[in-house]
Ligand binder design. Structure first.
Ligand code: SAM
Length: 222
């Protein structure tokens, strides 16, 4: 038997109005859905009995989206869409020109959970603690390619590159609204396994660049 948290209990009791005996699918945010039956419901809590796993988590690992926080409403939109497009994790980073502080991680995490539930994902991407760009570059897993979305068009088209290399999921780095400084650009370009990529001739907002790039990365392999 498992007692659900207050938020989930409220949803089952007062939104779905489920009574004891009803079957539900429970998503554990990690490895799939479980057939369960509501056993007891109090004023604020619901207890369920879990039976069998109905949908094992079989997901191809996606990219890590690395980007600086932008205005909250736009960052929340990016999180929601990035989860739908299959990111493995989201890594917020700080650069010299980052002007927005990241909202509470709780809020971002609940947006990620809701997006995963809504799109039928079997796992919720991890939202990592914010790190300064330099610290993140120094500690990242360099066995994985990092595709750096560069609005100066120093690299190949992301679409062409994706088509020519259909396997593997590179991580994706999107810069801040004001762009990276020259020093930051040098540090990125000189880091191991970094590939600059272009999204075309126009300067896109950070959130447009993130979602356009993730859409190309996802669609071309699934
Ligand atoms: N440095 C720019 C400026 O102030 O003119 C703007 C940066 S842009 C608003 C935010 C980020 O989106 C960039 O750092 C880059 O990662 C990405 N981006 C925007 N347009 C892009 C493009 N055409 N190709 C690749 N990346 C792009």
């Amino acid at each position: 038997m498992v007692e659900l948290d207050r938020g989930r209990s409220h949803y089952l009791l007062h939104v779905l109005r489920l009574k004891p005996g009803r079957n539900i699918q429970l998503f554990n945010q990690r490895d799939g859905e479980w057939l369960s039956v509501v056993r007891n419901s109090g004023r604020h809590s619901v207890t369920v009995e879990i039976f069998s796993q109905t949908c094992p988590a079989v997901e191809e690992p996606g990219s890590i989206l690395v980007m600086t926080p932008i205005r909250p409403s736009r960052f929340e939109w990016v999180i929601e869409k990035a989860v739908e497009l299959g990111v493995r994790a989201i890594q917020p980073i700080l650069s010299s020109r980052t002007v927005v502080k990241l909202e509470k991680l709780d809020r971002i995490s609940s947006i990620a959970i809701e997006a995963a539930e809504q799109c039928g994902r079997m796992s919720v991407p991890e939202i990592h603690e914010t790190l300064p760009l330099g610290a993140w570059l120094a500690g990242r897993d360099t066995s994985c390619e990092l595709w750096f979305a560069d609005e100066r068009r120093t690299g190949r088209s992301l679409l062409e590159l994706r088509q020519s290399r259909s396997s593997g999921r590179p991580d994706l780095l999107i810069g801040p609204e004001g762009g990276f400084t020259e020093d930051e650009r040098t540090a990125i370009m000189e880091a191991p396994n970094v590939v600059p990529v272009s999204l075309g001739p126009r300067i896109l907002r950070a959130e447009t660049a993130a979602i356009a790039a993730l859409a190309i990365l996802g669609v071309s392999t699934d």
